[in-house]
Design a protein around this ligand. Sequence first.
Ligand code: COA
Ligand code: MG
Length: 292
Amino acid sequence: MTNRVRRGLLYIPGDDMHKIRKATTLGVDSVCLDMEDGVALNHKEAARATIAEALRMISFGRSERLVRINPIGSGLETEDLLATIGGHPDGYVLPKVESAEQVEWLCWRLTGAEQARGWPIGSIRVLVLIETALGIVNLRPVANCDRRLAALIFGAEDLAGDIGATRTREGWEVFYARSAVVTHAAAAGLDAIDMVCIDFEDTERLTCEALEGARLGFVGKQIIHPNQVEPVQAAFTPSDDAIAHARRIVQAFKEHQNGGAGVFALDGKMIDMPVVKAAQRVLDKAKAAGKA
Ligand code: COA
Ligand code: MG
């Protein structure tokens, strides 16, 4: 996990200045100005220009400013980067990543841009989307290829299309891949960001899915509509009850350690080191989200 909280990562079509302005009012942890699948082929140029202008002219407050370029090999990626780098975004999102070389290409270009402009080397982060079968089987080299990498993002819709699965409400068809992403992210010390819920009118489904993602170990979720910001960010913020319970565990553990006991019972449940570590993680998350 990195220092920044990324509970909600909101996509905004890069050619839509109205939505970009709206995004600055939503209190979302990360905004992602998109040039890829949210933008029609004949609007890619317009998206580049609009994003460049937005980065220059608009204050995004405490939201992380991310830009999603088109995939490596699309023929659009170099222009996407050149057109937007001058606005000094906080990070780039690279879609459809399938190899370490693709990430290394972007990192190399970013290092060049930082050197040329006198910006701190490594300050522009890279978040990669894992959303193809090949991306899943190559997770290990991808997740460990560069220190610039901040997060692995799981793309369920593209993955389902790539493996020939049909999306369902339960999501078992993508569950292996979803778990693989969160596991590799943890092993490499990266954030894991969960799939989009495209049904933006069904808040109950969204909340269920977001809480499930949080239980699986994701730190946040991709979102596509303003209505999704609040429920998603709430789902990835520990509740007051969870914080109070975690505090009790950590406190009781200290007392028992001092008394020479590594394991003890609290409310009829065994508490030992893994439980204490999980409780500490809850407290860390709460602190990062500005609670506690
Ligand atoms: N970011 C910022 N503002 C958004 C937004 C977004 N992703 N999605 C909608 N809004 C704004 C609308 O402009 C509208 O603003 P207004 O009330 O000032 O006019 C308001 O929120 C309500 O939007 P609504 O009318 O319910 O939705 P819509 O029909 O305009 O748009 C989508 C629906 C799905 C097209 C839109 O939510 C969207 O573009 N989402 C992002 C899609 C995307 O980037 N996909 C690729 C990555 S998965
Ligand atoms: Mg995708």
